[in-house]
Ligand binder design. Structure first.
Ligand SMILES: Nc1ncnc2c1ncn2[C@@H]1O[C@H](COP(=O)(O)OP(=O)(O)OP(=O)(O)O)[C@@H](O)[C@H]1O
Ligand SMILES: CC(C)(CO)[C@@H](O)C(=O)[O-]
Ligand code: BAL
Length: 293
């Protein structure tokens, strides 16, 4: 399916698949353009990004592409949920003007790109340690999508905090003319961060997955009560371990808000990653430590 579709309220959302169709649709957008990049299987977290883009830009362009370059050989590329019809409905509801949903051949017409963006040392840490090559794949496709869509603003969720940090870093270091806007994490009422991969979870795993947000909450509360970095981490570890069994910790770290190495004090970020059954989940929260005297 390609072409304009209209909802009951008269909003027109144009679906395009090829780079030629995208170029024509992009040329038709007058004024500022905000781009939201996704892998589809859209949920309310994505919808919040779309609404933030709607507020800041004259037009909203959404990309939906499950990027093979960022998946490891034993990861869930084949299994990743693909729900284009439902995604289009969400895009329409949130007032998107254009949805670009290319095939792998449209994005990589020459096969796997030989030139890729090097994310630098931060790309090897945290997510990059557990998912080798992940950020090379992410930044390469993000840069390609920025070139193809030419946005004034682009919106990324804080849920993927290291990704947001590296996209900001890439825009700065490589002089990409776009404003990168971070959007706070949207959560379920019980604290679980919304994520497309949550749909892999069984009901018991869904309970165990609360260990991540519980750890962050405990860390933030400890910091608010005046705890130092060590005590904040200890509180977060204790809360992680006290949850419904089933979550296996990958990392739980307290860092500088820009993910720079070195000691932290004042504003900081607590980041967690864990396996719940076969599903890998991540989450993070802002923490304010008392400044060191
Ligand atoms: N709960 C959320 N709150 C805010 N932004 C989010 C949330 N979940 C995803 N996003 C953002 O949406 C964009 C697209 O992310 P993506 O399509 O990978 O969704 P996802 O839910 O993170 O999927 P996955 O479960 O595969 O990691 C990213 O910028 C991501 O940070
Ligand atoms: C930014 C992104 C769309 C690149 O494939 C992906 O990593 C995601 O959905 O967060
Ligand atoms: N949500 C970031 C993309 C990924 O995990 O593959």
């Amino acid at each position: 399916m390609t072409g304009p579709t209209v909802d009951g309220g008269g909003q027109v959302t144009e679906l395009v698949h090829t780079r030629e169709e995208l170029a024509a649709a992009r040329d038709g957008l007058k004024g500022t353009v905000g781009v939201v990049m996704t892998m589809g299987a859209l949920h309310s977290g994505h919808e919040t990004l779309l609404r933030a883009a709607r507020e800041r830009a004259d037009h909203v362009l959404v990309t939906i592409f499950v990027n093979p370059l960022q998946f490891g050989p034993n990861e869930d590329f084949d299994r990743y949920p693909r729900t284009l019809d439902a995604d289009l409905e969400i895009c329409r509801r949130a007032g998107a003007d254009v949805v670009f949903a290319p095939s792998v051949a449209d994005m990589y017409p020459d096969g796997q790109p030989r030139v890729r963006v090097n994310p630098g040392p931060l790309g090897e840490d945290l997510e990059g340690q557990s998912r080798p090559g992940f950020f090379h794949g992410v930044l390469t496709v993000v840069l390609k999508l920025l070139q193809l869509t030419r946005p004034d603003l682009t919106f990324f969720g804080e849920k993927d905090y290291q990704q947001l940090t590296l996209v900001r870093r890439m825009a700065r270091d490589l002089d990409v003319p776009v404003e990168v806007v971070g959007v706070p994490t949207v959560r379920e009422p019980d604290g679980l961060a919304l994520s497309s991969r949550n749909r892999y979870l069984s009901p018991v795993e869904r309970e165990a997955a609360l260990s991540l947000s519980a750890a962050l909450r405990a860390g933030a509360e400890a910091a608010d009560a005046g705890a130092d970095a060590g005590a904040v981490l200890a509180a977060a570890h204790a809360a992680f371990g006290a949850g419904t069994p089933g979550a296996r910790l990958d990392y739980l770290v307290l860092t500088d808000p820009d993910l720079e190495p070195g000691p932290v004090s004042g504003p900081a970020r607590l980041l967690v990653a864990a396996w719940v059954g076969g599903t890998r989940l991540i989450d993070n929260a802002a923490i304010r430590l008392a400044p060191r005297s």
